[in-house]
Design a protein around this ligand. Structure first.
Ligand SMILES: *Cc1c(COP(=O)(O)O)cnc(C)c1O
Length: 397
């Protein structure tokens, strides 16, 4: 596209042209169907391996019904921020149900996982304080850390020895916080939470985990990373999202009552941005009910993911070190990953190429997101397409 530019904006057009030349420009596809295992992209029906819709709830009849019923009772919007216009009983109930589900003392919900991090981190630490942050933490954690104005010390990915070293070296501080993703979304590996907890307890440092990709995936019936490791009541703050496995939208902060109460006083996105909408909250409540009553969807998710991993490896792909339903198919250079994704789409499989800056340069990949919404024959069809494209592009011999 040729942009209409002037002196002030020409540099932006140049940057965009450079992104395109490097194969790093995001092309956003238009979806003409509900988000599900099968979707319609540019009028073409395809198998979907891009969404974080782990449990297939984004288009689930029970969630849709719950949202419609709630609209009839409560309308759509919350009207203003909760501290000003009051809070609907629906939001209060969701927070109580989430706390019960996760065996946490208390929960506060926000508009998204991103804002949950922006609310939480600056409420816990500020100028003169220090944050120890995993080097591969999600952008929203990084932005939360920056907003706090605390000193940020990043430690090597999942390396508790390096964390210990950094803690020992950092002597000028007031308060301290350790923060890590629970599941790292680009590689699918899991943070060593019991070890992080040990270090946090030893030095009396606040511990926060962002379980966006563990919510609905890890732990008994999808109760998340704290449940996965049996650490209830010990991790100070657990951030999560309802935009992934829950299939809706909304941020969660679970943890000690004192911290949750503090966030209602000092979490800026809570104080200065409106709450989740009524249909969102009702759909999330229904998702919690479904997860509490059956682990069928979580079990199917893992069975699908395990089969895909096994078969991808058998075909000869490098699938990294994932411990979760996220499968990174490692390809190296970004243009190859983009071409691979394009060819997959031509073969009826929608799977996204991911490159710099989301992952490091030279570590471009196709990220395969497995869900409970796929059938056995969907998986077989996807694997056949991966094999065909892999051979076409010389990734497989
Ligand atoms: C996806 C993600 C978020 C953002 O969640 P949203 O609800 O989509 O804003 C935050 N943290 C991590 C680790 C994530 O993977």
């Amino acid at each position: 596209m040729d942009y209409l530019t002037d002196e002030k904006t020409q540099w932006i057009a140049d940057e965009i042209a450079a992104l395109k030349a490097q194969g790093l420009y995001n092309t956003i596809r238009t979806i003409d169907s509900p988000m599900d295992g099968h979707i319609v992209v540019n009028d073409q029906p395809v198998l979907n391996f891009c969404a974080n819709n782990y449990l297939g709830l984004a288009n689930h009849p029970r969630l849709k019904e719950a949202a419609k019923r709630a609209i009839d009772q409560y309308g759509i919007g919350p009207g203003a921020v909760r501290t000003i216009a009051g809070t609907m009983s629906l939001h209060v109930r969701l927070e109580q149900r989430l706390a019960e589900f996760k065996h946490a003392e208390a929960v506060i919900t926000l508009q998204s996982g991103f804002t949950a991090n922006l609310a939480t981190i600056p409420a816990l630490v500020g100028k003169g304080d220090v944050i120890f942050s995993d080097q591969l933490n999600h952008a929203s954690i990084i932005d939360g850390c920056r907003l706090s104005r605390a000193t940020i010390v990043s430690y090597e990915h999942n390396n508790v020895d390096d964390l210990q070293r950094k803690i020992a070296e950092t002597t000028e501080y007031n308060r301290r916080l350790i923060v890590s993703d629970g599941v790292f979304s680009m590689d699918g590996d899991i943070a060593p939470l019991p070890d992080l907890l040990k270090v946090a307890q030893e030095h009396s440092i606040l511990l926060m985990v962002d379980d966006a990709h563990g919510e609905g995936v890890l732990g008994r019936g999808g109760r998340g990373i704290v449940d996965h490791f049996g650490l209830h009541g010990q991790v100070d703050v657990e951030v999560g999202t309802m935009s992934k496995a829950f299939g809706v939208v909304g941020g969660i902060v679970a943890g000690k009552q004192v911290i949750i109460d503090w966030l209602r006083q000092r979490g800026r996105p809570f104080l200065f941005s409106s709450a989740m909408t009524v249909p969102d909250v009702a759909a999330c409540l229904e998702a919690v009910d479904m997860l509490e009553s059956s682990d069928e969807l979580v079990t199917r998710l893992w069975a699908n993911a395990n089969l895909m991993k096994q078969e991808m490896k058998r075909l000869g792909f490098d699938i990294g070190s994932s411990e979760t339903p996220i499968i990174p198919v490692m390809l190296g250079e970004a243009p190859l990953a983009q071409e691979f994704s394009k060819q997959l789409l031509a073969n009826g499989v929608f799977a996204m190429a991911i490159g710099y800056p989301t992952v490091a340069k030279g570590k471009a990949r196709i990220r395969v997101m497995n869900t409970a919404a796929h059938s056995q024959s969907d998986l077989e069809q996807a694997l056949a397409a991966f094999e065909k494209v892999g051979k076409q592009l010389g990734v497989l011999s």
